[in-house]
Design a protein around this ligand. Structure first.
Ligand code: AMP
Length: 289
């Protein structure tokens, strides 16, 4: 596995592979890799001949009071996991390489960024799309794989690719969960055992949304209320429980296509999850212990 930290070297590597007629799959991450990230790698390997994983904790997408400084990092461990999974190139730029001067230009993500996470984290998606656009320009992938776990992010990246004609295919892979339903996340490492138990409120709320809709309720206000009630647990502050469409806008009627999205603070940790109601979280892949 190659490991590169310079933008010029990364671009040369990609171009050399392309000149050998190899297609390139790309999985952008913030590191502290888990099985959710690694399934994206598996998917990229199915879709392309060479796979690049980037690890970059992007300061642009963190607010001033968020967890940028304490975000978990362990490059030696990530390196081992990536190599064992068959990653061809690990791209690990530092902030000085990505932002040699104060970045002033940002992508404007549009109305899909004005709901849910966009309300709680102003500027977050402008930071995400800006770094993703930079990474796409550097890696020049044929295929990029994102996780459905970050539903709003995946929808906004998809729209950016379309609106700005990035010459790549976007693949969105299902959320990988623990056996008890908790979605894998690098931030789960912040949870103490009590919080880990309480964190199950997110998947519980998604199941409640699905069951309420399957029980015949199509009024989003009533379905959301049932979901929100399922989010009460010690140490949990629910932030939102909403039903949206693929443009991340509220639905007026609940159907199988509606996406239930939840966010909560569990202790000091913010966790997110989502489900397509017609599919349910039962269909999502689980990790085996
Ligand atoms: P992150 O390192 O958290 O920025 O995530 C990098 C990529 O991995 C994003 O496309 C995420 O949506 C995806 N991802 C994170 N957690 C999961 C999960 N549990 N299942 C599937 N994809 C995930």
């Amino acid at each position: 596995m190659r490991e590169l930290s310079s933008i010029t070297e990364m671009r040369s590597w990609s171009r050399a592979e392309r000149s050998r007629r190899h297609t390139i799959g790309f999985v952008p991450t913030m590191g502290y890799l888990h099985e959710g990230h690694l399934r994206l790698v598996d998917r990229a390997k199915e879709l392309a001949e060479r796979v690049v994983v980037s690890i970059f904790v992007n300061p642009l997408q963190f607010g001033p009071h968020e967890d940028l400084a304490r975000y978990p990092r362990d490059l030696p461990r990530d390196r081992t996991l990536a190599e064992a999974r068959g990653v061809d190139c690990l791209f690990v730029p530092d902030a000085a390489a990505m932002y040699p001067e104060e970045p002033v230009v940002r992508l404007e993500p549009g109305p899909g960024a004005e709901t849910l996470e966009g309300v709680v984290r102003p500027g977050h998606f402008a930071g995400v799309l800006t770094v993703v656009a930079k990474l796409f320009h550097i890696v020049e992938p044929d295929v990029a794989v994102f996780g459905r776990k970050d539903f709003q992010q995946a929808m906004l990246v998809r729209r950016m690719v379309r609106d700005l004609d990035f010459p790549l295919t976007l693949d969105i892979a299902p959320t990988v969960r623990e056996l008890d339903g908790l979605a894998l996340s690098s931030r789960n490492t912040y949870l103490n055992p009590d919080e880990r138990r309480s964190a199950l409120v997110l998947s519980r709320a998604l199941r409640t949304l699905e069951q309420t809709w399957r029980g015949g309720e199509a009024d989003p206000v009533k379905v959301q209320r049932a979901g929100l009630e399922a989010m009460h647990a010690p140490g949990v502050i629910p932030e939102y429980c909403a039903l949206v469409d693929e443009n991340v806008q509220p639905v007026t009627r609940v159907t199988a296509h509606a996406i239930g999205v939840v966010a909560a603070r569990v202790g000091k940790t913010r966790l997110l999850d989502n489900v397509v109601l017609g599919e349910g979280i039962g269909a999502d892949p689980r990790v085996t212990p």
